[in-house]
Design a protein around this ligand. Structure first.
Ligand SMILES: [Zn+2]
Length: 235
């Protein structure tokens, strides 16, 4: 095989290598994973805020409970004074009774608040549990897709390694200057540096070679470049 035919095969391998690289870079699972990741962060943030709120409620209810307890003890002490017979003055007794009634009202109000708070807390716990479940499911889905992506990427990379090694063998039969030109053209010509000429038409730019140029090309054994796009032409 002459050097130009080898170069054409190198181009064919490179085209497949570029394709594999692009399939890896733009793998649809990557977009899926990005979306799952952002949804997961969103839910995790929501759950964190909910847990902070729950913690604030827990502290609030704890202090309400302590306050109710304090009132209960105070009521008990005042009632004892009412009934132990040590207070006989009617005015003082009425004062005590009024005090007990007022304390009981305060206690009732606090108990109502406590009850409402506990209901709100229950509702929040339910939401947190539901969020936690959703988050868990998202995480499992993401991990599954990560494993799938990893295995696909490994497959694509293995295929690329195989193509790279075949390319290296072919490159060994091509001179350095031609390879340098090829690599420069790959960069500047959208990864297509070597093309066939079919019925006098360059398959890179689709422009027909002028008659004289075409004749020269047909006779040429050296590197011949398209007069229009500059790509290396092969028969
Ligand atoms: Zn051309």
């Amino acid at each position: 095989m002459n050097a130009l035919q080898a170069l054409y095969q190198v181009q064919e391998l490179d085209t497949r290598i570029f394709d594999l690289r692009e399939r890896e870079e733009k793998h649809p699972l990557k977009a899926d994973l990005e979306e799952l990741g952002s949804r997961e962060r969103e839910l995790a943030g929501e759950l964190e805020r909910l847990q902070e709120e729950l913690e604030a409620w827990r502290r609030k209810l704890q202090s309400l409970e302590a306050e109710v307890q304090r009132l209960e003890e105070k009521i008990k002490r005042e009632e004892e004074k009412l009934y132990d017979g040590k207070v006989n003055n009617p005015k003082e007794l009425r004062g005590l009774q009024a005090e007990v009634r007022s304390l009981k009202r305060q206690k009732d109000d606090l108990e109502t608040e406590l009850l409402e708070g506990m209901e709100a807390q229950d509702e929040m716990r339910g939401r947190a549990e539901k969020l936690g479940g959703e988050l868990e499911a998202l995480r499992a889905e993401r991990e599954g897709k990560e494993r799938a992506l990893q295995s696909e990427v490994q497959g694509l990379q293995a295929e690329r390694v195989e193509l790279e090694s075949r390319k290296k063998e072919l490159e060994a039969g091509i001179d350095g200057d031609t390879l340098d030109l090829y690599r420069r053209l790959l960069q500047s010509k959208h990864n297509l540096a070597v093309v066939r000429v079919e019925e006098g038409v360059c398959q890179g730019c689709r422009v027909e070679l002028p008659g004289k140029e075409y004749d020269r090309f047909l006779k040429s054994e050296a590197v011949f470049r398209c007069p229009n796009c500059g790509r290396i032409l092969v028969k």
